[in-house]
Design a protein around this ligand. Structure first.
Ligand code: UDP
Length: 326
């Protein structure tokens, strides 16, 4: 199948492109390379361009004979979204509108949308099920929820079916060692901790006064290869005619920042220097998924649910690529 992957040169997108190639699909990647890396696109076609350009997107849809879309292109930093909400509404909502209009105009009817646990905001139950109320506490989560709310209207008007995947914390690296996480600047916990292990730098813990057993935030870390697998299953389900749906993607188990650091020390065999800093705006205390719905309906079962293994794959990449893709 010919699949347009927006943001396919990014961390998660590049792993999905690899999974598509392994299944014999043809990925057409649209990425402005503002954060992605051309070297991370292991096959198919890479078009460097802006999703906000309606003419370009329409041309790709038609000339590329696109049959389905995996839409990953987005800004995704909670803290930045609080500082600069306009960027998030323009890039995450406005550009998605361009994509949806091009899909409607070209009759492309299958969309896998990359959503987020941030749509839930501060949860009132844990683990979080898909029926939990959505009440984002930052513009990033709001921008993704706005897209989720647009999708059923495009289905009604144009027959566009979708699967929205609400990711919890994507982590780890390609188990074959070909791909990994390379953000500039890096803001995520696991790569920051591993870079600290390599360089002796100090990791800042964003708040140790949360209402959790050790005072640090708890997150559900999911291996990027398991996320990729879910996208493939979603794509196949849509093409087979499954109705539109929204699913959580996590392992159903949470780990605190302290626990992640301890596990990273086991994996790397060294002591990691930490210092406690202030809370980061927009961070809920605990985010843990119930992924029972996607397991039951799409048969998704994670291959790498173990935190030690997740961090070990990230460490393997980090050690072999201390300068990322450079
Ligand atoms: N975090 C931290 N220090 C860092 C990076 C992250 O304490 O250098 C915390 C952050 O506050 C959150 C958790 O680690 O509670 C995971 O953050 P990350 O940025 O990796 O993912 P997010 O939860 O924002 O998607």
């Amino acid at each position: 199948m010919r699949v347009l992957v927006t943001g396919g040169a990014g961390y998660i997108g590049s792993h999905i492109v690899k999974a598509l190639l392994q299944k014999g699909h043809y990925p057409i990647v649209l990425d402005n390379l503002s954060k992605g890396h051309a070297e991370a696109v292991l096959g198919g076609e890479l078009i460097r361009g802006d999703l906000g350009d309606p003419g370009l997107v329409q041309r790709i849809m038609e000339a590329g004979e696109v049959e389905a879309v995996i839409h990953m292109a987005a800004d995704s930093l909670v803290g930045e979204s609080v500082e600069n909400p306009g960027k998030y509404f323009r890039n995450n909502v406005g550009n998605t509108l361009v994509l949806l209009n091009a899909m409607a105009a070209s009759g492309v009817k299958n969309l896998v949308f990359s959503s987020t646990a941030a749509v839930y905001g501060e949860p009132c139950t844990s683990p979080i099920e898909e029926t939990h109320p959505t009440c984002p506490t930052n513009p990033y989560g709001t921008s993704k929820l706005m897209v989720e709310m647009m999708l059923p209207w495009y289905e009604r008007a144009f027959g566009l079916r979708f699967i929205s995947l609400r990711y919890f914390n994507a982590a780890g690296a390609d188990p074959d060692g070909e791909l990994g996480e390379d953000h500039r600047p890096e803001t995520h916990l696991i790569p920051n901790v591993l870079q600290a292990a390599l360089t002796g730098r100090t990791v800042e813990i964003y708040g140790a006064d949360y209402p959790t057993p050790d005072g640090t935030c708890i997150r559900d870390y999911i291996h990027v290869a398991d996320l990729s697998l879910a996208h493939l299953l979603a794509l196949e389900a849509l093409v087979a005619g499954q109705p539109s749906a929204t699913y959580n993607l996590g392992n159903g188990r949470g780990f605190s920042v302290h626990e992640v650091i301890r596990t990273a020390e086991e994996v790397t065999g060294g002591k990691i220097q930490v210092r406690i800093g202030p809370r980061r705006p927009g961070d809920p205390a605990v985010l843990v998924a119930s992924a029972e719905k996607i397991s039951a309906e799409l048969g998704w079962h994670p291959l790498y649910p173990d935190l030690h293994r997740i961090i070990a794959t990230a460490w393997h990449w980090q050690k072999n690529h201390p300068d990322g893709y450079l």
